[in-house]
Write a protein that binds this ligand. Structure first.
Ligand code: PAF
Length: 288
């Protein structure tokens, strides 16, 4: 695995790869890698000849009162983990390399309507930071395909829309949610869950499973499903950010006749904000 800190050297290496007619797969990350990230790399390797992973904790996507400074920087351990999978190039730039003109003057990429709901409602500016940095990383790496985890469902939907809207020649690949044995979705922020909270945080996934079952069994009072799930999460001792039944593509509130539905939830523990989701596809109703 070759490690790059600068755009020009990475570009030169990738130009050779491209000249050799090889497909480039890309996995953007913010580091603190766990098994779910390594799975993204394996998926990229199964689709492409050369895999690039980036590690960059992007301050532009953190709010002023968020955990940018607290976010774990574990580059040495991450590098070791990436050496165990098929990562060919690791790109870990300094902030001045990515934002040479500073962040206040940075040209931004904005994806409207899908970014001010759900996580975007409680994290204003977050998705603008994500779409801006992902655009920059796509321009640097110019991958044939890029892999994103379904755990960050809204991020995945926003990036798909951005790629479509801006005609970016990148195939977006969705990787399934990687879960612990009891169902907790793997996340770099799980390290902030206390031992005392740990057995109870599964309430989020359990509530999503119940909601999915209720919809599959014909329940269409989505407001009731959301109300009951919020009460269950609060009873388990956590503050709910949102629990919502949405159209999988547009992320708008699901209509009764929508067939592609995703239930998304976010809740606060004492030190972390956890998100998770489950999607379902309902069969077409035969015309009578
Ligand atoms: O999902 C993440 O880790 C980040 O949002 C991403 C896509 C690497 C952009 O900084």
């Amino acid at each position: 695995m070759q490690v790059f800190h600068h755009i020009d050297t990475l570009r030169a290496a990738l130009a050779e790869v491209r000249r050799a007619g090889k497909r480039i797969g890309f996995v953007p990350t913010m580091g603190n890698l766990h098994d779910a990230h390594l799975e993204l790399v394996r998926i990229a390797a199964s689709e492409c000849d050369v895999v690039v992973v980036s590690i960059f904790v992007n301050r532009l996507q953190f709010g002023l009162n968020e955990d940018w400074d607290k976010y774990p920087r574990t580059l040495e351990a991450d590098t070791g983990k990436l050496r165990t999978v098929e990562c060919d190039f690791l790109f870990c730039p300094e902030e001045s390399e990515v934002y040479p003109n500073g962040m206040d003057n940075q040209t931004r990429v904005v994806c409207p309507t899908m970014t001010d709901v759900l996580c975007g409602a409680s994290r204003p500016g977050h998705f603008e930071g994500v779409t801006t940095v992902v655009t920059k990383l796509f321009n640097i790496v110019q991958p044939d395909s890029a892999v994103f985890g379904i755990k960050d469902f809204q991020q995945l939907a926003v990036i798909r829309r951005m790629v479509e809207d801006l005609c970016m020649p990148v195939q977006i690949v969705a990787a399934p949610v990687h879960r612990e044995g009891d169902g907790l979705a793997m996340s770099s922020r799980n390290g902030f869950i206390t031992d005392e909270e740990r057995p109870r945080v599964t309430v989020l996934y359990e509530s999503l499973q119940l909601a999915k079952r209720q919809i599959e069994e014909g329940e269409r009072d989505f407001a009731r499903i959301e109300r009951e799930a919020k009460a269950r999460i609060e009873q388990a001792g956590f503050r709910v950010d949102y629990f919502s039944v949405r159209n999988s593509r547009t992320l708008q509130c699901a209509a009764h006749d929508d067939r592609e539905i995703t239930v998304l939830g976010a809740m606060f523990t004492s030190g972390a904000r956890l998100i998770d989701n489950l999607s379902l596809e309902l069969p077409a109703v035969a015309a009578s």
